[in-house]
Design a protein around this ligand. Structure first.
Ligand code: ADP
Ligand code: MG
Length: 232
């Protein structure tokens, strides 16, 4: 099977003053379509850097990131933003919702960028709002919702346009254990239903248990990859 994400010998060095910090040190990794992949490691191990170079948010120092057979590190900013709109979704630890917009309006945003007509947009938004269990909160603004509810909005926004790949950086980092498990089950259920690929950063082994593939990262290197059969 051809990997949907193929990371080839990726290195990332940050320069801070005269200091050089090797955040990624020769990383090779393949992620298959429909796979739920967790990047697991302690703070400072390079997880977020790996996710960010994978999503084209950070430039790499050397190597290649190939997504859907395209080298994203060779794309222009314009090509990248079109690529992101078409194929990628994002879930953030701090939710990153727009405070002045309601839950529904926040979820609608990616569809507006994709120029989906209003009537179709509304149908898609209503459907995903129901799927994440927020029907009663659709008109609420972020400040009128709990952390768990805000992250449900974040998930709805990431999933609404059915992207093939969803990147998530510690998406339950600000939530209590019970809400964390609910949110993790929701992400897993939705991604499996539509055969979407998830790449999630976490330092929490309990969250890594949701994954098909757990990639252990230490000092910018992959030290171990654990795979469960996708069929189970
Ligand atoms: P993690 O997400 O696993 O906590 P990061 O990927 O954020 O780790 O960081 C990996 C290493 O790179 C750390 O040593 C961190 O201090 C360094 N780093 C991350 N971002 C930057 C940056 N913008 N400038 C300089 N150093 C950075
Ligand atoms: Mg991080």
């Amino acid at each position: 099977m051809e990997a949907i994400i193929d990371i080839k010998n990726v290195t990332k060095i940050y320069k801070v003053g005269s200091e050089r910090i090797t955040a990624l040190d020769g990383v090779n990794l393949q992620i298959q379509k429909g796979e739920f992949c967790c990047l697991l490691g302690t703070s400072g191990s390079g997880k977020s850097t790996l996710l960010n170079v994978m999503a084209g948010i950070e430039k790499l120092t050397s190597g290649d990131i190939i997504i859907r057979n395209k080298k994203i590190n060779k794309m222009s900013e314009n090509e990248l933003s079109i690529f992101r709109q078409k194929y990628l979704g994002f879930i953030f630890q701090a939710y990153n919702l727009i405070p002045s917009l309601t839950a529904m309006e926040n979820v609608e945003l990616p569809l507006i960028f994709k120029e989906i007509p209003p009537k179709k947009r509304l149908k898609m938004v209503k459907e995903i709002i129901r799927a994440v269990g927020l029907t009663g909160r659709a008109k609420h603004k972020p400040s009128q919702m709990s952390g768990g509810q805000q992250q449900r909005v974040g998930i709805a926004r990431a999933f609404v346009a059915s992207p093939e790949i969803i990147f998530a950086d510690e998406p339950t980092g600000n939530l209590d254990t019970k809400t964390t498990m609910e949110i993790m089950n929701l992400i897993k259920e939705m991604s499996k239903k539509y055969n979407q690929t998830i790449v999630m950063v976490t330092h929490d082994v309990r969250i890594a248990e949701f994954a098909d593939k757990v990639v252990h990262i230490h000092d910018g290197k992959i030290i171990k990859i654990e795979e469960k059969s996708i069929a189970e």
